[in-house]
Design a protein around this ligand. Structure first.
Ligand SMILES: Cc1cc2nc3c(=O)[nH]c(=O)nc-3n(C[C@H](O)[C@H](O)[C@H](O)COP(=O)(O)OP(=O)(O)OC[C@H]3O[C@@H](n4cnc5c(N)ncnc54)[C@H](O)[C@@H]3O)c2cc1C
Length: 620
């Protein structure tokens, strides 16, 4: 791990990136042929009982060194993590000899409920439909810890009865009309990456046939307009596939959700998502200019002007009402996004701070005084989370590096007040169009940090902070093999409230775990993910050893609910990042709404979907 400022190293990388982009045709305008189909990651490449690619998983070798197999991630794959096992043994008390093996297949899959009138209507239209158990299982869940746990050790009471792959907007209209006519439930399916149990079938009182609408065959770019800087795409396009095509043309969608490899643009819109680079490019919804939305009463779209015109500021915005509807009001079939020029330069900065409090003061000044225009992303991890960041260190320890480390820690403690167990880590990402300005930006940020006791910890650690979230779901699944169970909760709150909220939520988790006989006490880390002038978004990651617990899932649910209640009580929002309400946060969501807001939402549902075809969840 490099802790000193590797500016020369960083400049070299920037040149590399710039060279690479020039080579791919930056500023060389090309027009895509309409209807260009994007590649699609098939379910064959994905695990059936865990997050992500089949060929990517953690394992311990004979010496107990952890590594991530596969070659999907430039920063993490095929690397050894020497500090991970000792840390896991200490915090989560995992024991390499005590394994909790997952079941090889799902024990029980109920037989499908078939509505023959519905089937006889859609089949002659050439619409692809499957009743295969494997397809139904793959489409019956997202990737929340509870869902993955059920796949590995339990069961789903209800799965979709069939999976349908519509191939056009018109086919979606046919399916929704038939579902309405013959009383069939529909659940739109994007990439299946939500964390909030949004895709699970309703269990009680739902006797109808339920079909999952996998949107990923609708993945064409319908038009790309260089003059207006906009792209219209079908909603099943995987965000990364689209971004890759756009980058070759010198554009970017900007926000960059970290589930980009699997999430569809429709799924991201349906959950009002956000991404790594939101500080510079805005949230997902800010990029949407237009969309087509199929409901049981017809298709909603803006028809009176060209799809790529600037937003209309007259009257209420219906599009905004539909964003975040999580598949409960209809199906998004097409989206028009505004494009950004791809920023060819990128730089990561990281700084250690003596405490979380000082790290927050640093970030607040960065956010409120707009220290640099091109701030793309920012993170701050607390003292507990920092240990995990260090666990992702790929350097092999030698006598010299260990000795240097001891000396450095001594120096830091004595002269910089940086103490292991108290210090935290901030990371900043800047994107730029002008290479000569990158060094200036870095200096400005470091100067602000130094005023709060910050010590420069280099490019590599900053880069690791941003990229490691991609590896975390793989680590979560791996740890289940060793009786360690973990989950995430996100919220947002004002600057003045952060520390009170963090303390209270941590306390609520610890107290609940203690009452449930969780031993040793849970691991809880807090991370600031996004900065706003008025506050931040926060993610809590918590986990515990469940070896001696009779009902790990029940305890996890209890901790989740108690923490959510405490978040609301402490003036946090019900959700922020990764976004969504789903079944997981439904009760807290309702609690956070005023009576008139609930009334409006109920009426919207009654108007657009009177027979509750879109039945995965009732957000109210
Ligand atoms: C490693 C990881 C990183 C993540 N990072 C981020 C992040 O940076 N930012 C973020 O916001 N989220 C993030 N998430 C959460 C998740 O990726 C998002 O919530 C995403 O929006 C889900 O998209 P999807 O296509 O996978 O949708 P799915 O999970 O398939 O579906 C989600 C919901 O949307 C509905 N839906 C899907 N497609 C449509 C459609 N076409 N029309 C109507 N409804 C539809 C479904 O019915 C369901 O209710 C992350 C998740 C993981 C696993």
């Amino acid at each position: 791990m490099s802790e000193e400022n590797p500016y020369s190293n960083a400049s070299r990388r920037l040149e590399n990136i710039a060279g690479h982009l020039n080579g791919t045709g930056y500023k060389e305008w090309r027009t895509l042929s309409p209807s260009q189909t994007l590649a699609v990651c098939t379910n064959r490449e994905r695990k059936w009982n865990g997050y992500g690619y089949k060929d990517t998983f953690f394992r311990f070798d004979d010496e107990g060194t952890a590594s991530l197999l596969g070659n999907r991630f430039e920063h993490f794959s095929s690397k050894e993590y020497h500090e991970l096992r000792p840390w896991l043994e200490q915090t989560l008390r995992i024991n390499l000899k005590t394994l909790c093996r997952a079941q090889p297949t799902m024990v029980e899959i109920h037989s499908p409920e078939v509505n023959h009138d519905f089937y006889d209507t859609i089949k002659p239209q050439g619409i692809i439909i499957s009743f295969a158990e494997q397809d139904r299982l793959l489409h019956g869940h997202g990737i929340s810890t509870i869902e993955i746990y059920k796949l590995r050790y339990g069961n789903f009471i209800r799965l979709p009865d069939a999976v349908i792959w519509p191939e056009s907007h018109e086919q979606v209209e046919i399916i929704v009309k038939a579902a309405q006519k013959f009383n069939v439930g529909c659940i739109p399916y994007g990439g299946g990456t939500n964390y909030v149990d949004a895709l699970e079938c309703p269990v009680e009182e739902e006797k109808r046939m339920i079909v999952s609408l996998d949107m990923r065959h609708m993945n064409r770019i319908l038009s790309l307009n260089n003059e207006n800087m906009s792209v219209t795409v079908e909603a099943g396009a995987i965000a990364k596939d689209l971004e890759m095509v756009l980058r070759k043309l010198g554009y970017s969608l900007g926000w960059n959700a970290e589930s980009i490899e699997f999430s569809t643009v429709g799924g991201l819109a349906a959950l009002r998502s956000s991404g790594l680079r939101r500080s510079m490019y805005g949230d997902f919804e800010n990029s949407i200019i237009n969309m087509k939305f199929v409901t049981p009463i017809g298709t909603i779209k803006q028809s009176s002007h060209s799809t790529s015109s600037p937003p209309i500021y007259s009257g209420p915005d219906i599009t905004n009402l539909l964003l975040g509807s999580e598949g409960t009001l209809g199906v998004i079939t097409e989206l028009t996004f505004k494009l950004h020029y791809l920023a060819p330069y990128r730089h990561y900065i990281s700084m250690y701070f003596p405490s979380f409090h000082q790290g927050l003061l640093f970030l607040r000044e960065i956010a409120q005084k707009k220290i640099v225009n091109n701030l793309s992303g920012a993170r701050l991890i607390d003292e507990t989370g920092l240990q995990l960041v260090h666990g992702f260190n790929t350097a092999t320890p030698t006598i010299t590096t260990v000795f240097k480390e001891v000396l450095k820690k001594y120096y830091w403690k004595k002269f910089k007040k940086l103490e292991t167990g108290k210090m935290c880590l901030a990371a900043i990402l800047i994107d730029g169009y002008d290479s000569s300005k990158m060094e200036v930006y870095e200096k400005r940020i470091l100067n602000v940090g130094e005023n709060y006791g910050g010590v420069n910890s280099g490019y590599d650690l900053g880069e690791r902070m941003f990229f490691m979230s991609q590896g975390l779901p793989y680590l979560r699944d791996f740890l289940m093999d060793y009786y360690a169970i973990s989950d995430y909760l996100d919220t947002s709150t004002s600057w003045s409230n952060i520390e009170t909220l963090v303390d209270k939520v941590k306390e609520a988790i610890v107290t609940t775990c203690r009452a449930q006989n969780v031993r040793p006490k849970p691991y809880i880390a807090v991370r600031v993910d996004h900065l706003y002038e008025t506050g931040v978004s926060l993610t809590f990651t918590y986990g515990f050893n469940c070896r001696n617990l009779a009902d790990p899932l029940g305890i996890l649910r209890r901790v989740d609910q108690v923490a959510l209640v405490e978040i609301l009580r402490s003036n946090g929002s019900v959700s922020h990042f990764p976004t969504g309400i789903g079944k997981r946060k439904k009760e807290s969501f309702i609690e956070s709404l005023s009576e008139p807001a609930i009334e409006i939402m109920k009426n919207v549902k009654k108007t657009l979907d009177p027979t509750n075809i879109f039945c995965s969840q009732n957000l109210l």
